[in-house]
Each structure stands twice: as C-alpha cells, then as structure tokens.
Design a protein around this ligand. Structure first.
Ligand code: GUN
Ligand code: ZN
Length: 443
C-alpha cells in the first residue's frame, strides 16, 4: 500500500551512458512521481498516471526540483571527520601526522558513537544514502556506525581497519586480533537489516603477509562480504610495498596472492597501476575506486579513467574523506571532471550522475536494491535544487536542457543543492549538524 508520494522532476538511470546526449540511458519524467510503500519504491512515472493509484497517501511536492536515487559513496573513512582539511603533507606523512593520531580516539565508545551520528548526518545532508566506510581499528567504531545506520534505516557497508605493523602501537594488533574482531562483527552485522560487512585491511604497508592471508581466509569463510583497501595511491607507498613484499611482482599482486581480489573488492585510488595490475583487476573483476578530491588534495596523482575503462576495469567514484575534501558527491564529480580534463579526458554530466547512483550500486552488486528508482528498490532518494545559491540561480537563467542543468549541479552544487534526502521512504529531518559556535579555545 502506498504510504507516501514524492512528486517533481524524476530522473533515474537504466544503464551507463555512452557519452553526452545519450538519452536512452535514463528515464526522465518532467512531471513525475515516485510511489512509496513500506520503505520501497512501488512505482515511478508520470504523476498524472500514478497519483490516482496513490489512494490518498500524502504527497511531498517539489515543483521544479530534481528527484534522483540517493547518492552512493564507495570509499570514505568514518574516523576522519576531524582529519579532513589537514595541511601540507603527502600520503605517508599525512597518515602519521594526522590520521593515525585522530583514529586512536575511537577506542572511546562515546567518541565513536557521537561521531557516527555526525558522520551519518553529514552524509544525509549531502544526499548520500549508502556509503562504504572504513572504521578505525576499534570494534566500537564500526559497531556504533552500524547501530546508528540501522536506527535510521540506512544501508551501510563498513569494516574495522586491520593493521599489525608500521603504525603507532595503539593501532596495531598487540593484545587485540582485528581479524577475530572482524569475524565477530560479521556475525553481528553482515546481513543484519540493511548492513553489510567489508573486510578492511588498511593497505599492504600496515599488514603482515600472515594478516593479509587471514583476511583472504575470512572472505572465503563468509560469502557475500566486501573487501576494501588502498592500492597504488602514492609513489613512496608503492616503493615501501616493494620493500616489504620483495617476492611479489607488484603491489596488486600482493593482494591477489593473499586472496583479496574479486568482484566485491574495492581498491581505493589505483592511480599508478602497471599493465600487469590492470590485468589483475580486470581478470578478477575487482573495482578501482576513483577518489578525485583526495587524489588532488594529498597530491597523489591523476586517476587514468579512460585507460582503466578501455581495459575493462570496473570503476566506482568516492569521496575518500578525510583525505578527500568534501562529503558531497556533487563536488566529487566536479573534481573528477577537472582531474580528467588534465588528462585530456572528459566526464559527461550523464556519466557522472549515473556513476554516483546506478553505477556505484552496480559495482557493489546492489543494483536491485539501491541506485535507481526502479520498483522494488529501497526508497532512498535525493531532491536537488539547481538554483540553490545565487550563482547557481543566475547560471540557470541560461541553461537550456537537463544535461546542462546536471552539469551546473555537479560543478556548482554541494550540500546547499540538496533540498531533501529520504532514507527508506522517510524524509531525513532537516537542520542536521547545525552550525555550532566553536569552543572558546579555538582561534
Ligand atoms: N592509505 C592507507 N590508509 C589511508 C587513508 O586513511 N587514506 C588514504 N587516502 N590512503 C590511505
Ligand atoms: Zn581511503
């Protein structure tokens, strides 16, 4: 039975666009409606034909606004909400100086629980309804995140970061077994409600060979798990992996040998892959995750989208907060466009919006659940306003069609362009993460 209707200009993708102007890749209803019942989409189409079927259910009307499936972020670090915008370092120094320091605080359950709420509020404010999240090494961090997500009805993919070397002692497996902690969390959360687990070895530098192999064994023990880690982000990182694993022909080969690659393997960055690593990713159907704001901010390099796509590597898009500099997938798409421009490549607005929604859902194997507004999907929805700021409204005066509007949205839009987010058919309360005055000690 329909319990809510959202009406406005509805847009949902059917397949990956072949380029700008590919009108067959999406369904667009200028006077559209989404019928929702029990948290799922019942029907999508023209309001005129759907409203009579709604049986008097309340209608949330968004005249002129765009209604899309909620955004999906395929790589983000939950304990880095107070690392984002840290100055002046490249990857290995950035990890040591800022990230490892901040992540130690997540041993405190209260800190983890408070920041889980902040994190999920911030994602919702930006229109992101599902994310693949790295926790800290502490089970409390991921437990708090899953619990908070489940209370909100949101589906998250997350896992504790697994590390046993080359980090501060407090983050390493000394008197703790992160693989065993992962197993406990998998039993508790993988497939519980909307939550799913990702085995999360941080990267090859911070795990022994034995620990990576134990992660591989865990993936074989429980079918349907995800695996997330980092690969080929930075030259010094790659050199360190070469020193630590001298018997392996490449960084990617370390993950292949330890059983970590496969269709549910999400590999952050993949900027400096050699040909053999590209073949490994393609042959295992692993996913290269493009994190443009992070790649630019930490100075890691330019992801070669066209090269990977030409070789048949599956590609996803992600923020990578806090190496990344925005929670907004709109801003992430804007930076993806710019990074690709620097390589003489392009990202059409259609391709970008497909990636943020259906494309990312598809690489996660979740296209029947999220990423589109097809009947039967969870009613995770974002309502966008392309006139949200004076500069956007001014630019919109000259916009002639949907694709131009989408390009304005991704180039100039951010959280301000998100009019409303729905999770499982429920409007997420407005006024999340209201601006708080800083404490008196802050300069
Ligand atoms: N490599 C290992 N850990 C991290 C992290 O937290 N962020 C980024 N960007 N790269 C990493
Ligand atoms: Zn990352």
């Amino acid at each position: 039975m329909t319990d809510r209707v959202i009406s406005g200009r509805v847009l949902t993708f059917r397949r990956a666009p072949t380029g700008a102007g590919d009108a067959g890749s999406y369904d667009y209803f200028p006077d559209g409606a989404v019928l929702i019942g029990g948290g799922k989409v019942e029907a999508v189409g023209r309001a005129e034909s759907l409203l009579p079927r709604a049986g008097g259910a309340p209608v949330d009307r968004y005249a002129g606004k765009l209604i899309l499936p909620g955004f999906i972020d395929t790589h983000i670090h939950f304990p880095q909400t107070q690392v984002i915008a840290s100055y002046g370092a490249q990857l290995l120094e950035w990890l040591e100086k800022y990230t490892f320091v901040e992540e130690q605080k997540y041993a405190d359950r209260d800190h983890a629980a408070r920041n889980a709420e902040f994190f999920l509020d911030e994602l919702a404010r930006c229109g992101t309804t599902t994310a693949c999240c790295y926790g800290s090494v502490h089970a409390e961090s991921v437990d708090s995140l899953f619990a908070a997500a489940e209370r909100r009805g949101a589906g998250m993919i997350a896992g504790v970061a697994i590390m046993d070397r080359n980090g501060p002692p407090a983050l390493l497996d000394v008197g703790r077994d992160s693989v065993a902690a992962s197993r406990d969390l998998i039993r508790r959360w993988h497939g519980a409600g909307r939550q799913r687990y990702a085995v999360t070895p941080r990267f090859a530098i911070t795990s022994s060979d034995a620990q990576l192999a134990a992660c591989g064994a865990l993936l074989r023990e429980f079918p349907g798990l995800y695996m997330q880690t980092h690969l080929d982000e930075n030259h010094d990182e790659i050199a360190a992996v070469r020193r630590l694993f001298p018997g392996d022909p490449s960084y990617g080969a370390v993950y292949a040998r330890t059983g970590l690659l496969g269709p549910r393997a999400l590999l952050g960055h993949c900027i400096h892959l050699d040909d053999s690593e590209i073949a490994l990713l393609r042959d295992t159907q692993s996913v290269a995750v493009f994190c443009p704001t992070s790649n630019l901010f930490i100075g890691s390099g330019l992801f070669d989208y066209s090269r990977l796509a030409a070789h048949g590597v599956r590609i996803a898009l992600a923020t990578d907060v806090g190496g990344g500099t925005s929670y907004s997938m709109l801003q992430t798409a804007a930076e993806a466009y710019k990074a690709m421009q620097l390589r003489g490549q392009t990202l059409s607005a259609l391709a970008a919006f497909d990636l943020m929604t259906r494309g990312n859902a598809t690489v996660l194997g979740l296209e029947g659940e999220i990423g589109t507004l097809a009947a039967g999907s969870y009613a995770d929805v974002v309502v966008l306003d392309a006139c949200a700021t004076p500069a956007m409204a001014h630019r919109m005066e000259t916009v002639r069609d949907l694709e131009e509007e989408l390009f304005v949205l991704m180039t100039l839009g951010d959280d301000r362009a998100v009019k409303q987010t729905y999770v499982k058919g429920r409007a997420v309360p407005r006024g999340l993460n209201p601006r708080r005055d800083p404490p008196p000690s802050t300069p």
